[in-house]
Design a protein around this ligand. Structure first.
Ligand code: PLP
Length: 475
């Protein structure tokens, strides 16, 4: 591709991108592709000779696009969103154009120093104490694994890194039954053993019960285990429940355990002073993760990971072969040593563009609007006969179910709600997901999409009502 052709194509694509974002509502939110529909349309082998760009772009529109679920559609209410925004996309274009691999300071000083500054900005924006230092990771899953590995190494004075596990080492890790699956994955990868992850019971609000934590730690100690770390969640995936950090933290301090906080979704909401109560007890926390790529208008991937003890983190991951040695030494951060990957994308740029474009107040205003929409929907559901809320709504996720009068069997209600969700999602007009709360199927509606407006929520609710009432409960 010549520079002239690149310029022309880039303009063409930017026009397409602007049209796409403007008209995204014309697409069905969830792709209706059946398994293998797309791969059947893709040649089994690559072309020998280069193809014209027109053909490639045509196939993008005709083959790829119908197989996409439109995460930036304002009626995308499923999962937690992967928020994006125009300034973030523009920054990603620059990142791709620069094509830098930012493993160390020397390989792009601006990328490293911008990352350092953005982590300071985010720390201040969410009210984390200055004792924390941040680094950008790809996902919360990676950040949690990084935290657990650091906890493991600090506890064993970096012995496992050196010699591997010895037979007498039996660690236990604690979380609640509502904790995200990435915690179990991290425990498995860290070699601690899935059966040594204690999933503790939750209270009526789906929050971890500190009493159960203390009991489990004492039980493990009696049985010869070494309690290693606790993962508390601010904003669980199922219902955005908030684990009580002050009580959990006091137990961690007493037993000298590493406390990691997973605030993947909810962390962005800490930019709102009125929600900072979620962070009470932060003085006990060793590491903290949240995803600006979920709820801070910064497109995937961008995870902010903060630790108190940077030295332990770096000592866990540092490796210095001859070819990576540079003369700057301790005056700079080499982020390749702050996590798993060597190669790193320049992710700080999009944060910089987003925060400067919206300003802290602009971001706060957007989140407040979405939380207000969620609360309005929750009020409506609470007042609507035949519907029930299944969890409190501290943020912008509403968990509910259809519960028509006279239908009381839990199995029947589960299948009715699954049917409702599938029908809604097939409509292409909205997209919901589900979870199980106290064993019951709950529909999850996350109102946190960048461009969602009140009328999208109202339309979605009208469709939910109509669809629910058209269903006949089966026995
Ligand atoms: C509470 C929580 N933790 C972790 C994750 C995993 O996030 P990531 O995809 O960034 O690994 C999620 C994803 O939704 C989540 O809700």
């Amino acid at each position: 591709m010549t520079p002239e052709e690149f310029r022309a194509r880039a303009h063409e694509l930017v026009d397409w991108m602007a049209d796409y974002l403007e008209g995204v509502e014309q697409y069905p939110v969830k792709s209706s592709a059946a398994p293998r529909d797309i791969i059947r349309k893709l040649p089994a082998t690559p072309p020998d000779a280069g193809e014209p760009f027109d053909n490639i772009f045509r196939d993008f529109r005709e083959i790829v696009l119908p197989g996409m679920t439109h995460w930036q559609h304002p009626s995308f209410f499923a999962y937690f969103p992967a928020n994006s925004s125009p300034p973030s996309v523009l920054a990603e274009m620059l990142t791709a154009t620069l094509g830098a691999q930012c493993m160390s300071w020397a390989t792009s000083p601006a990328a490293t120093e911008l990352e350092e500054r953005m982590m300071e900005w985010l720390r201040g924006m969410i009210g984390l104490p200055d004792a924390f230092t941040g680094v950008i990771q790809d996902t919360a899953s990676t950040a949690t694994l990084t935290a657990i590995l650091s906890a493991r190494e600090r506890d064993t004075v970096f012995l496992i890194n050196e010699r591997g596990f010895s037979p007498e080492m039996r660690f236990a890790v604690y979380c609640s039954t509502e904790t995200h699956s990435s915690i179990e994955k991290a425990v498995k990868i860290a070699g601690l053993g899935k059966s040594h992850l204690r999933k503790l019971p939750v209270d009526d609000l789906y929050a971890l019960m500190p009493r159960a934590l203390e009991d489990a730690i004492n039980r493990d100690r009696r049985r010869g285990y070494t309690p290693l770390c606790v993962i508390a969640t601010l904003g669980t995936t199922g219902s955005t429940a908030v684990d009580p950090l002050p009580a959990i933290g006091a137990i961690c301090r007493k037993h000298r355990l590493w406390l990691h906080v997973d605030a993947a979704f909810a962390g962005s909401a800490l930019i709102l002073p009125e929600l900072r109560w979620m962070m009470d007890g932060i003085e006990f926390v060793d590491s903290f993760v949240f995803n600006p790529h979920k709820w801070l208008l910064t497109n995937f991937d961008c995870t902010a990971f903060f630790v108190r003890d940077v030295e332990s983190l770096v000592r866990t991951f540092e490796i210095l072969p001859e070819y990576l040695k540079t003369p700057e030494g301790a005056r700079v951060n080499n982020y390749r040593d702050w996590g798993i990957q060597l190669g790193r994308r320049f992710r700080a740029l999009k944060l910089w563009f987003v925060i400067r474009s919206y300003g802290v107040q602009g971001l706060q205003a957007r989140l407040r609007e979405q939380i207000a929409m969620a609360h309005r929907l929750a009020d409506t559901i609470a007042k609507t006969p035949d519907f029930e809320l299944l969890a409190p709504v501290p943020l912008s996720l509403v968990c509910f179910r259809y519960h028509p009068q006279g239908v009381d069997g839990e199995t029947q209600l589960d299948s009715l709600n699954t049917q409702l969700m599938e029908q809604l999602n097939r409509s292409g007009a909205m997209y919901l997901s589900h979870t199980k709360l106290k064993g019951r199927v709950a529909l999850r509606m996350a109102i946190a999409q960048t461009s969602v407006q009140q009328h999208h929520v109202d339309d979605a609710w009208a469709l939910i009502l109509r669809t629910a009432r058209s269903l006949t409960p089966s026995n």
